[in-house]
Design a binder for this molecule. Sequence first.
Ligand code: PSV
Ligand code: MN
Length: 414
Amino acid sequence: MSNHQAAYAVLADQLAAQGIDIVAVKEAIKGHKIETPSWGYANSGTRFKAFAWPGAARTTQEKLDDAAMVHRMTGCAPTVAIHIPWDRPDNDDYDGMRQYAAERGIAIGAVNPNVFQDDAYRLGSLGNPDRGIQEQALDHMLDCCQIMRKVGSNNLSLWFADGTNYAGQDNLRARKRRFEEGLGIVYRNLPAGGRMLIEYKFFEPAFYSTDIPDWGTAYAWAMKLGPQAQVLVDLGHHAQGVNIEQIVAFLLDEGKLGGFHFNNRKYADDDLIVGSVNPYELFLIYCELVAAEQSDDAALRATAHNVAYMIDQCHNVEGKLAPMILSVLNCQEAYAKAQIVPRAKLAEAQAEGNVLAAHKILTDAFRTDVRPLLAQVREELGAPADPIAAYWASGYEQRIREARGLAATSGGFQ
Ligand code: PSV
Ligand code: MN
């Protein structure tokens, strides 16, 4: 018996004694999938400097190769989000892209339109006062609805850089109406079974007003648009001290939580490895999700099981694949800890008003070392027990460094 197998046997006994169904927990962990972003495999930086990383992906094919490697190492990252036009293939060969991914054991996940990098978008996209530019943004988003059909994606992930920098710069109510009109058109063009995930961000790049500043705005529009529109929660897009797990609980209960962009931050939208700054917050967020997954309410369960878990991080100084693997593992670890919360006992303590007992039940689960359980799950899935060690031992990093060298930029699918 290896070390982690012995540790797993001890943990399994301990959890069984608490009435936790370890087989069900392992099955749930095996079903928990996390999408990685194509843009996380390429060079990236801050507004001050992008440091090139040796071996960083230069094309979308290389990004897909890397995402497939992350999936092979973790066993739980089978899809990759694409960003258009960053990942636009030559001759719009999206069939080729879909096939390339499939040949590597992964699939294309969320399609992210880019309506912020063109010069035309200086004053915004859907919120722009110029009708022609609104239409340009709309055309691109409608194009992305077609791309969803071609790559077999069910998620259109929308983030807008729209806002204003100065009081008086634009009419705030008019911008709201422009957004509502544009989003309505996109909504009506979604593929059958596809959904629109509306992401909010409280500031940046505009600093006076942001057109979708908070979950309330995204929620109000998702309600107006209909069942195929839901809210996307990016962990980096809140003011300090905001209780994100409460937002998650509210949106889940309303059937409007569509997806996550995982990352962590110390100050703002820092793009740090999820769980690296505040693993307790990540655990508490997962507690809400798992409680909904395990609820008696069928609609709530369906919402929770349909949440798109995605990473939205660009690693600037710590490499590319290894930090992505660590991010996936951190999510999995928080999910596993949320799975071992004894919910009946917790509900009892809550009903009795036993504040300290309820709090301790949660923190005991958080403090449990679930790594042997995760190693066991990975072995059962045919993935390496220690994905980071396996990655370094695989020689992949060395190979891509030699083959790709130092690239200043990244390009599309070739
Ligand atoms: C910019 O803040 C951002 O990080 C958003 O979170 C988007 O989801 C992402 O870029 C990709 O467009
Ligand atoms: Mn995001």
